[in-house]
Design a protein around this ligand. Structure first.
Ligand SMILES: [Zn+2]
Length: 473
């Protein structure tokens, strides 16, 4: 029997607000422990939470971008549980009446587009952080009260690849909206996955396990892949799946049983008495909707349509809003879209991947790339030379022309000079020339190579080709 996986995701996205959700403490990452706290976020008795308006705006923005219905009336709820990093003994979250419901995100895997339903998006506060030392445990409450969106999907995902494609699309949308930085390593985007298996073609849902602690895109696929195979093995061996929470261990590459899965009723949810219900006016939603940026899917479609880019190029260029904007600026300055795309997808992306930098952090700006392309177009330098100087332009921000001049890289396009050189090379390689004339035309590459070697790559390849063809015919 063949099995199929049924996967639903729960994503926590930390919001890029200046201050926490219910107090004025800073949300900055990486400060000294417990320096960004106050009586509200450390849960002193008698304090009252005050809702951060920006959090509501970010939630609505996200909901609209993910095609959700925005509730005109929603409510906060207390989720009760004890843990040392949660000094109040409860987390303020939303339960029965979340701010956003019934949305979707479309994903494409191997050329097939599928729709993944979003059950709900709600606002809540983050807990603090326990730090376990050798002989003691410490609590840092800087993160307590940092605003989160919890995004819950329908169990519409069928494979680890789809889960990872969904996470990438979700992250792209959050980053386009500038509501979350999407940094999985630092924990500002966290993903838990509910997984079960069932015989292919069946409509029933099997017992699910929840995997926690998936903190990178690579691990989303790996953890799910492992867990699906584990469940199939258990069933095939005649066993039963136990409903439980499992932890992904990236060192062993396995999921491990952590605890039996808690049910919603274990948390004794009830409406938060310290906050009034949240009423959202239509005008506020309309205002936010009107100000939404162009999102990845629309941008990609426009890049294909207006710039005649291949789907592949458009997909990669629109994954990040800043990359898309960089591209469009270069095109606005007069460069050919496909040409800009080629350079961005190869040399520039390679540099970004190697250094882990964002495009706005590098010194190369669109006008400098356009200038480099002009030098190629005008015949001053060859494409190969351009490739060799681009890394220096990226890392130093120096203009192309300056580097070309300093290193004496100006292309040799003088026909008589190149003809003399070709004559010399042909007389040194008479045997090859003979073979070429007898039909072995692929030797042209060999001759071009010889000319390039002699000129340290500076010969104009177009002219060299012409001269060679003429003299060899
Ligand atoms: Zn505080």
């Amino acid at each position: 029997m063949n099995y199929e996986a049924v996967i639903g995701l729960e994503i926590h996205a930390q919001l890029l607000t200046e201050t926490k959700i219910f107090c004025g403490c800073s949300t900055r990452f990486g400060s000294e422990p417990n320096t960004q706290t106050c009586p509200v976020c450390i849960g002193m008795p008698g304090v009252l939470p005050v809702l951060n308006r920006r959090v509501v705006e970010f939630a609505i923005k996200t909901g609209l971008a993910m095609n959700c219905r925005i509730s005109s009336y929603s409510r906060f709820a207390r989720k009760n549980y004890f843990y040392p990093d949660l000094p109040k003994g409860y987390q303020i979250s939303q339960y029965e009446l979340p701010i956003c419901e019934k949305g979707y995100i479309d994903i494409t895997v191997d050329g097939t587009t599928r729709r993944v339903g979003i059950t709900r998006i709600h606002m809540e506060e983050d807990a603090g952080k326990n730090i376990h030392e050798k002989d003691c445990s410490l609590v840092d409450l800087n993160r307590a009260g940092v605003p989160l969106l919890e995004i819950v999907t329908e169990p519409d995902i069928r494979s680890p690849q789809e889960a990872s494609a969904f996470m990438k699309k979700l992250r792209a949308i959050l980053r386009y909206l500038r509501v979350c930085d999407g940094n999985m390593e630092q924990g500002s985007l966290r993903c838990d996955a509910n997984v079960s298996i069932r015989p292919e073609g069946s409509d029933e849902l099997g017992t699910k396990t929840e995997i926690k602690n998936i903190n990178s895109f690579r691990f989303v696929e790996k953890a799910l892949d492992y867990e699906i195979k584990r469940q199939i093995r258990v069933i095939r061996d005649g066993g039963e799946i136990v409903q439980e929470t499992r932890l992904w261990n990236s060192e062993t590459g396995k999921t491990e049983s952590m605890r039996s899965k808690e049910e919603a009723h274990d948390y004794r949810y009830f409406p938060e008495p310290d906050l009034v219900p949240l009423e959202i006016k239509r005008e506020m939603v309309e205002e936010i909707k009107a100000a939404l940026p162009e999102l990845p899917d629309e941008k990609k479609a426009r890049f294909v349509r207006d710039y005649k880019l291949p789907e592949y190029d458009a997909e990669i260029l629109t994954e990040e809003r800043s990359i898309a904007e960089w591209f469009e600026e270069a095109v606005r300055l007069g460069a050919r879209p496909k040409e800009v795309s080629n350079w961005m997808l190869t040399e520039i992306m390679r540099y970004l991947n190697e250094t882990g930098k964002e495009i706005e952090e590098i010194d190369l700006r669109p006008p400098q790339l356009v200038e480099l392309l002009e030098l190629i177009k005008g015949g001053t330098i060859s494409r190969n030379i351009a490739k060799t100087i681009l890394p220096e332009m990226i890392s130093t921000g120096r203009p192309a022309e300056e580097i070309v001049r300093e290193k004496g890289l100006v292309q040799i396009s003088d026909t008589s000079e190149l003809e003399a050189l070709v004559d010399e090379i042909l007389s040194k390689n008479q045997k090859e020339a003979q073979r070429y004339r007898e039909g072995e035309t692929k030797l042209l590459g060999f001759f071009v190579g010889q000319v390039m070697k002699a000129t340290k790559g500076k010969a104009n390849p177009k002219i060299v080709n012409e001269i060679l063809r003429k003299k060899l015919s």
